[in-house]
Design a binder for this molecule. Structure first.
Ligand code: FE2
Ligand code: FE2
Length: 163
């Protein structure tokens, strides 16, 4: 079984200048958009292989890596990205198709990853896998941040386990 790093879209996208810029933008907790996108791509491949679904791995990885390719810091208030949650799939699709050209499936993956908040239905197996992987990764990132930063929780742990 080939590793994610052997996929040609992985190398092409991860090494590109603008994708590297995602290291500057925070997504959830203290995870950057860059880290989040890599985690979602890995999670997507894991889910696809676990379910043994027949899918196109190159497209899966491309859509997953680029699903949050909106290229701004959504914590900074700017008029054009108000309602970020609803609008960012469209910004990401536009940027991704400009920089990497997308097929119909990859476009649907990116546009539907916030379904039903953004009312575009996931129409391919790859879209549903990305949808799941994104939610799983976002939850893991947020929980690990809360765990590391929650003073109350740390006090309880200290008390219970004498850590
Ligand atoms: Fe997103
Ligand atoms: Fe995401």
């Amino acid at each position: 079984m080939i590793s994610i790093k052997d996929l040609k879209n992985y190398q092409l996208i991860v090494n590109s200048e603008l994708f590297q810029k995602e290291k500057e933008f925070i997504q959830h907790g203290d995870t950057t958009v860059y880290e989040h996108s890599l985690l979602v791509a890995e999670e997507s491949l894991k889910i696809a292989r676990k379910l043994k679904w027949k899918i196109e791995e190159e497209s899966l990885i491309k859509g997953a890596l680029l699903h949050d390719y909106f290229l701004y810091d959504w914590h900074v208030k700017e008029k054009y990205h108000r309602f970020h949650g609803i609008k960012h799939p469209i910004f990401s699709r536009n940027n991704a198709s400009r920089d990497f050209s997308l097929n119909k499936k990859e476009e649907n993956m990116i546009l539907s990853h916030m379904f039903p908040l953004c009312p575009i239905i996931p129409r391919y197996k790859e879209s549903w896998i990305l949808f799941m992987a994104d939610k799983i990764s976002a939850t893991k990132e947020t929980l690990s941040y809360v765990r590391r930063n929650n003073k109350f929780l740390n006090k309880v742990k200290e008390f219970v386990w004498n850590e």
